[in-house]
Design a protein around this ligand. Structure first.
Ligand code: SF4
Length: 323
């Protein structure tokens, strides 16, 4: 695995048409060491931390089977309309004071339009003016091209749209929109001048082949950031009885995503709680970015804990915009 890692560092790229089964059988320690070498050589020692705010919660028309916010399922998730600008600005200030320099408003729902779109644009503009060092990201579903451009003009530089899983497995997870809708949205966001944050959820019942397909698809899309979530089954959703992934399986997934996506941010989001120490091992196995603080509908690690962990691991923090 170390030789393969060296080849990747020197420009070789794995393809889905290659026989990749060796990645599933490789000694985990060796696999992780290779992934860590790739991360160090091609991404450096920076860790990219981001935080999110749930800008509009619940009552979603879509039926993603893992999601507490879908109106198709009975869950205990909060429901509220688009937050007022001051609440968002206050949260952004708090996040900034914690040394996190990437921030996103995330909204439940198929898209964002009308009055809520106006509120979002206003909030992004206000944050961009008040916190110019904060990198602004957005996650609002299947938006129209002209609305994505409005976000970009308001200071947003990255758009988040997860493919969630492989193309083959996607219909098992959601039927109210298609995998192809996601691909189209990513294309529109790129055309609007936005970088792409795109990953998904593991532990939905997908196979290892699906995971390889997903990792290869993301490589093809050349996304800048790959958020990986590990399902925390939520009572009331169709996946409530899914068995959580074993830590060793999570570690292998993270390492494999690094082999296939050597230069992207591999961003660990929900599911770090499956590790007592906040998932240190994942950041020695190829990951170099994290969602810090609370997730949308589950509790995450505190930013102070995360900063201590990353400092101990030898990572440095991006305090300023890269540009
Ligand atoms: S993942 Fe997004 S689109 Fe799917 S049900 Fe949840 S909020 Fe709606």
């Amino acid at each position: 695995m170390i030789t393969l890692a060296d080849e990747i560092i020197n420009g070789h790229r794995l393809k889905r048409t290659d026989d990749l089964t060796f990645l599933l059988k490789a000694d985990l320690g060796q696999l992780c060491q290779g992934a860590n070498n790739i991360r160090k050589a091609l991404c450096g020692n920076y860790v990219d931390l981001c935080s999110i705010i749930n800008g509009r919660a619940g009552r979603c028309s879509e039926n993603c089977k893992f999601c507490a916010q879908s109106s198709h399922y009975q869950t205990t998730c909060s429901e509220y309309g688009f937050l007022d600008k001051d609440s968002i600005l206050n949260d952004c200030e708090h996040v900034s004071s914690q040394g996190v320099n990437r921030y996103s408003i995330v909204t439940a729902g198929r898209t964002l339009e009308g009055e809520d779109l106006e509120k979002a644009v206003e909030a992004y503009q206000a944050m961009h003016e008040a916190y110019p060092d904060m990198i602004l990201c957005a996650s609002h579903g299947l938006m129209k091209s002209e609305d994505l451009k409005r976000l970009h003009n308001a200071g947003v530089t990255m758009y988040h749209a997860n493919i969630e899983t492989s193309q083959n497995f996607f219909p098992n997870i959601c039927t109210t929109h298609k995998f192809e809708d996601k691909l189209m949205e990513i294309q529109l966001a790129k055309e609007a001048g936005l970088e792409i944050c795109c990953g998904g959820i593991l532990g939905l019942g997908e196979s290892w082949e699906d995971r390889l397909d997903m990792a290869a698809q993301l490589a093809k899309l050349q996304v800048a950031s790959i958020p990986l979530n590990f399902l925390i089954p939520i009572a009331g959703t169709p996946l409530e009885k899914n068995k959580p992934l074993e830590p060793a399986e999570i570690i292998r997934i993270v390492a494999i995503f690094r082999y296939l996506n050597p230069t992207a941010y591999i961003r660990i989001a929900a599911g770090r709680n499956y590790f007592d120490d906040g998932g240190e091992i994942l950041f020695r196995s190829g990951a170099n970015a994290a969602l810090t603080g609370d997730m949308l509908t589950t509790v995450g690690n505190s930013t102070a804990q995360d900063r201590d962990m990353f400092a101990k691991l030898g990572f440095s923090f991006k305090e300023k915009r890269a540009d």
